[in-house]
Each structure stands twice: as structure tokens, then as C-alpha cells.
Design a protein around this ligand. Structure first.
Ligand SMILES: *Cc1c(COP(=O)(O)O)cnc(C)c1O
Length: 574
């Protein structure tokens, strides 16, 4: 049967083995040789299978492009390290990092840096004075609604109650439910409340985590463990939209799961379903959709992903971290809810096995709160860590952390109970109203619509846009908005900017539209001036344009990575 697959040299040895008159030495030699051939055959089969998977998953042209990309990357890698180039690159990276540190690390008169413990503890007056000064350091004006996303504020009254709850439970730790029974009760109620918002089945389950990233990490880990336990998968893979949150790549990196990215092409920017299907193979432990994604606020085709998940019997995670309490209340607030006619985007779809929901985003809980929901307990059990043999006693914890903060759970519970359904419907109304108003302005305002375009059809609270005028660079718009005190998010591939509306930004939407129109007019004037003078570009570019425009256009991302490393280092500079 498979004899044609066996190399001729080995066939003769296999046949030789059956002849009786062989000396022991020959036999040993033959056995070793046979072993060598078997190992060789194993590798040939393995790589044939991998090549086949890649051809099937990415197509012939796609696979050739992938090989070409690797070669291109390698050539740039060599180029950046060539004598002369390398020194130049190093110098520019160092200058950029120094500038970054000067901006981040505040020094100067009136600022004292503390590098050792005070000999005697400070008095409460000293502490209060210092805290006031720290809170008052010059910062981006989120209070005026000029920061996209970042601060998901639920109002002053809620803040006071959260502070009280945090104070009451400051010493608590959910690792010890016997010592803090109130925390255990609140945690289980948070999970139940969020489950019901996303139409969890009666045997649905969940956990609270420290944030969206941990929820996503845990969903990926549980899927990997399930694949290993039930299907013997040792080389796990997952298939995700290219617009999915970075936390999925972090999960791939931490947990050794290969991540296949699926294009989300224009005009709708949703994950391309036939490509997802082609990339599913026997090693697939998870497929993913976002509702909505971070970059463009677009909801992937969850019903279609669910059909694939059911057909191939693989778990499907829906990332509702951002959508959270806005997407859950769209219908009640009078906005179209994604895929309502097809059964929705949550557990109503039979293929959906887990959903991440950030209570610390539109749930307005204090930062450090998120919920991960599962279709039933059997999925959740794969995320547990249980170590019965520990010398410290039988150990069991649900997620990454050991000890956790019960105070944050209390802060979350207080938020859900204070705002309640009516409150979330009202905040959804306010936030969506602002997002729709902004989207309409970009589509209809004479100056904005002539030069900008909205990315896809945003259905939730994020609106992404880009320049459609070849003379205006999107990143120059981002830099000009920064100069006016706005902190919007710059996106790449394609270059774009987004605004994630929150309660503070919703109040500032008029100002946002007016100042964006001013910026676009100014950039238009500059572009016309450049054209008149026959110049391509002024040599002075802003930070965003420098990061994404120049460094970002190189295929080798090592320069961008070094800048990012410098940024992380600067976080820890006293
Ligand atoms: C914010 C966000 C997350 C999680 O981010 P955290 O910062 O870890 O809370 C995940 N997915 C999307 C789409 C998000 O916007």
C-alpha cells in the first residue's frame, strides 16, 4: 500500500531483513539504518503535511507571498546591520528614546524623587499634600473629553461609592473565601449578572479576572488545554481576524499556540470567513471573532463563525471586551443590535463557547476588572490550575493570579448595582449618540467628507477614519490633533485614526468635529502649498508620522520594537 512512499534504499533493507542468514553485526547495523530511515520518513511526512496545511490555508499565491515576505524581511535585516547603516540607525534610535524619556519622566523644581524608604514614616498631612501634587501633574485632559477610550468614567457619585467599597474591602483576598465570604458572594453575582446580559445558557459559567487581557489569555489557555485533553493536540493553533486584540498574540506567545491571522478586507473590514475555514485543521483549538474589534469598532460575522465552530467542533471565542455594556444594551437603547435577525452575537449562537466582557470598560467598574464567560463548566474547568501535591497544601486557583484584590471585586459589584439596567441603557444612548453624530459628520460635513472616509460600518462606540485625499497623510492629521490637545488612537495597516467614545468624550463631540475640520482645512492648505512648490514633504514630521510613516513602512520592525522597548524602560525610570 504505502510502499511507494518508502525510499528505495529502505525497501531493499526491509526485504533484506527477512532473509535468515544475517550476522549479528549486520543486524545491528541494519537496525540503526532502519531507524535512521524511519526518522527521516517521519520528518518528510511531517513537513509534507505542514506544507499541505499552509497551501490549503493560505492558497498558492498566499504561500508564495509568505515565503517572499520572509526573504524580504531577511534582506532588510541584513541591510539594517550593514556597516554605516547600523551606526546611523543606532544614533537615531538613541535620540528618539532620550526625547521620549524627557517627555515621560518629570523632573525639575518642586519635584523630589524618592529612591529609598523614608527613615521615619510620613505624617498623613505630608502624604495628602504629596498625593495632591502627584494627581495634579500636567496630563492629557481626559476630564474635558479629549482622550479617546482610556477613561471609562461612570460619574462622580459612582466614583465616591467605589472608593467606599474599596476602602471597606481593602484587606480582602478572594483566595480565602472562608475569611471573606462577602467577596465570594459578590464575585459569583457579578459573573451571573454578566452571563445573563450575554444570554448565557442555564448551565453557563464564568470567572472574574484582572482585565480584558487576562480574560483573553485564560480563554486561549482553556481552549489549548481542552484540545490537548480531548483531542491529543500537542501543536495547538488558533485562527483569528487580523484586527483582533493584541492579547491573542500575547496568548499565542505565552502558551505556545500558533496564531493564524485572517485578512479583514475592505469594504466591510470583517474577518474573511472562507479564509477562516481554510485555515482550520486538526490542530485548531480555537477560532475567534470580535464584537467589536478595537481598531475599527467593527463586529465580525459571529453567526458565520458559529456555523464553522459547530461544523468542525471547535471552540469559538467572542471578544466583547470593548463592546461590553454598550453592545449588550444597543437594542434596549433603540439602536440596531448586530446580527439580531440571525440570532445575535453572543451565546444565542450555538457555536459560541466563551465571551470576554470588560466590566472596567463600559461597565464603569474600577480598572482591574473583567469577566470571562463560558458556555458551561466543562470549558471553565480547563482553565483551572490545581496542584494537589504542593508542600504548602493542596493548591487550587481559577486563573493566573494567586492572591487577588477583593476590593476591586467590591468596586465592580457596586458599579453594576449602582448603575443598573436603566443606567446602562442611558449611557449606551449617550455614547452611541455621540459616535453616530461623529460618523455622520465625517460622511456629510463638506470639509470632512471631501477629505476623510469612515472605515467600514461601525456599529458600536468606536469610529475609525482615514484620509482619502492623497495629498494629506492620515498621521499628520493625528499629530495636528495632538497639538490641539486631543489624544486619539493611531492605527496601522491601513493608516487610520479612531475615537473610542466614552461618557467624557461624548460631551465633547461638537468640539471634536469643529477642531477636526480646522485641522483638515489646515492640512489641505499645506498640501496645496507643497503642490505649488513641487515639494513632496516638509522635512519636519510629527511623532505619529515618524513612528508609523517612516519607521513603520520598513518591513523589518526591529527599529519600532527598539523604540517600544525604550518606552517600556522609561516607565521604570525614577
Ligand atoms: C480593551 C480591549 C481588550 C482588553 O484590554 P485590557 O486593556 O487588557 O483590558 C480586549 N479586546 C478589545 C477589543 C479591547 O478593546
Amino acid at each position: 500500500m504505502a510502499s511507494s512512499l518508502i525510499p528505495a534504499s529502505m525497501q531493499s533493507k526491509l526485504m533484506g531483513l527477512s532473509s535468515r542468514n544475517l550476522s549479528n553485526a549486520t543486524l545491528t547495523y541494519l537496525n540503526l539504518d532502519l531507524l535512521k530511515n524511519v526518522v527521516f520518513l517521519f520528518f518528510v511526512l511531517r513537513y509534507t503535511r505542514k506544507t499541505f496545511d499552509s497551501l490549503r490555508g493560505y492558497g498558492i499565491i498566499g504561500s508564495i507571498k509568505r515565503v517572499f515576505a520572509v526573504i524580504r524581511l531577511w534582506v532588510y535585516y541584513l541591510f539594517l546591520r550593514a556597516p554605516g547603516v547600523r551606526g546611523q540607525v543606532d544614533k537615531q534610535v538613541t535620540t528618539a528614546i532620550t526625547k521620549l524619556e524627557e517627555k515621560m519622566v518629570r523632573r525639575g523644581p518642586g519635584i523630589t524623587t524618592y529612591l529609598t524608604l523614608p527613615k521615619e514614616g510620613w505624617t498623613s498631612e505630608q502624604i495628602r499634600a504629596e498625593l495632591t501634587q502627584l494627581a495634579g501633574m500636567e496630563h492629557a485632559k481626559w476630564e474635558e473629553g479629549r482622550v479617546s477610550g482610556a477613561v471609562y468614567h461612570g460619574g462622580e457619585d459612582l466614583s465616591k461609592l467605589q472608593t467606599e467599597a474599596i476602602g471597606t474591602f481593602a484587606v480582602s483576598n478572594p483566595l480565602h473565601p472562608d475569611v471573606f465570604p462577602g467577596i465570594r458572594k459578590m464575585e459569583s453575582e457579578i459573573v451571573a449578572m454578566v452571563l445573563s446580559l450575554f444570554h448565557g445558557p442555564s448551565d453557563g459559567a464564568g470567572v472574574t479576572t484582572s482585565g480584558g487581557t487576562e480574560s483573553i489569555l485564560m480563554a486561549c489557555l482553556a481552549a489549548r488545554q481542552k484540545g490537548r485533553a480531548e483531542r491529543g493536540i500537542t501543536e495547538p493553533e488558533m485562527v483569528v481576524p487580523e484586527t483582533v486584540h493584541a492579547a491573542f498574540f500575547k496568548a499565542g506567545n505565552y502558551f505556545g499556540i500558533k496564531v493564524h491571522q485572517v485578512p479583514c478586507p475592505a469594504p466591510d473590514y470583517k474577518v474573511h470567513i472562507p479564509s477562516v475555514r481554510r485555515l482550520i485543521n486538526r490542530n485548531t483549538v480555537l477560532i475567534v471573532g470580535s464584537a467589536p474589534n478595537f481598531p475599527h469598532g467593527i463586529v465580525d460575522d459571529i453567526p458565520a463563525l458559529s456555523r464553522l465552530a459547530v461544523k468542525y467542533k471547535i471552540p469559538l471565542h467572542v471578544d466583547c471586551c470593548l463592546g461590553s455594556f454598550v453592545i449588550a444594551f444597543l437594542k434596549k437603547a433603540g439602536f440596531p443590535s448586530p446580527y439580531e435577525e440571525e440570532g445575535g452575537f453572543d451565546f444565542r449562537q450555538p457555536g459560541v463557547t466563551s465571551i470576554s466582557v470588560d466590566t472596567h470598560k463600559y461597565g464603569f467598574a474600577p480598572k482591574g476588572n473583567s469577566v470571562l464567560l463560558y458556555r458551561n463548566r466543562s470549558y471553565r474547568n480547563h482553565q483551572y490550575f490545581i496542584f494537589p501535591e504542593w508542600t504548602g497544601g493542596v493548591y487550587a486557583s481559577p486563573s493566573i493570579a494567586g492572591s487577588r484584590s477583593g476590593a476591586l471585586i467590591a468596586g465592580c459589584w457596586v458599579s453594576l448595582m449602582t448603575i443598573g439596567e436603566a443606567g446602562y441603557v442611558a449611557s449606551c444612548h449617550q455614547i452611541m449618540g455621540a459616535a453616530k453624530q461623529f460618523e455622520t459628520a465625517i460622511r456629510e460635513d463638506p470639509i470632512l467628507s471631501a477629505n476623510l472616509e469612515v472605515i467600514g460600518n461601525p456599529e458600536v462606540s468606536v469610529v475609525a477614519f482615514a484620509s482619502k485625499n492623497f495629498g494629506i497623510d492620515t498621521y499628520d492629521i493625528a499629530d495636528a490633533m495632538s497639538a490641539k490637545g486631543w489624544h486619539l488612537n493611531a492605527l496601522q495597516d491601513p493608516p487610520a485614526i479612531h475615537v473610542a467614545f466614552t461618557r467624557p468624550t461624548a460631551l465633547a463631540v461638537e468640539k471634536l468635529q469643529t477642531e477636526l475640520a480646522e485641522v483638515v482645512s489646515a492640512e489641505l492648505a499645506k498640501a496645496e502649498e507643497r503642490q505649488r512648490q513641487g515639494k513632496s514633504y516638509a522635512n519636519k514630521r510629527g511623532d505619529t508620522a515618524a513612528l508609523y510613516g517612516v519607521a513603520g513602512s520598513l518591513p523589518d520592525k526591529s527599529i519600532v520594537s527598539r523604540l517600544a522597548e525604550g518606552f517600556l524602560d522609561a516607565l521604570y525610570k525614577p
